[in-house]
Write a protein of this length. Structure first.
Length: 132
């Protein structure tokens, strides 16, 4: 093997692959890694006003869930509250949002638009608000 091939092999970054976006499955309100062994390094929180906050999973100290209050992430003295519907339910064989957060498999969470949130009887997870 030539030096050029060795350099190309070890210097190429596989995460720059064009098909990399396919490893995260879009669930509407959140993106989850398809492969059970894949883990996210950071959690991206997307708000309706296009504000995005990314927090490292390593800094999440505690996650609590209450049907009335939603999911609360405690990180470095801050509380991030995620409110909505079906936050702890899994649809079919897939894992739900809460379980995915505990397993570091959720890549991003986004607030729904008014039109999507207006659908009352959908079993899908719906994020009404992310409060920072």
């Amino acid at each position: 093997m030539t030096i050029e091939k060795l350099l190309q092999k070890y210097q190429s970054n596989q995460s720059d692959d064009a098909n990399d976006h396919d490893v995260v499955e879009d669930q509407g309100a959140y993106g989850i890694f398809r492969a059970p062994r894949e883990r996210a390094l950071m959690l991206e929180l997307r708000k309706k006003d296009s504000t995005v906050l990314a927090i490292p999973y390593a800094l999440i100290e505690q996650i609590t869930f209450s049907p009335a209050d939603g999911i609360t992430l405690y990180t470095c003295g801050h509380e991030i509250r995620i409110t909505g519907r079906n936050l702890n339910s899994a649809t079919g064989p897939k894992i739900g949002l809460l379980n995915g957060l505990c397993r570091h498999r959720i890549a991003w969470i986004q607030e729904y638009s008014r039109a999507a949130a207006a659908e009352p009887n959908t079993p899908a997870t719906q994020i009404d608000a992310i409060t920072l």
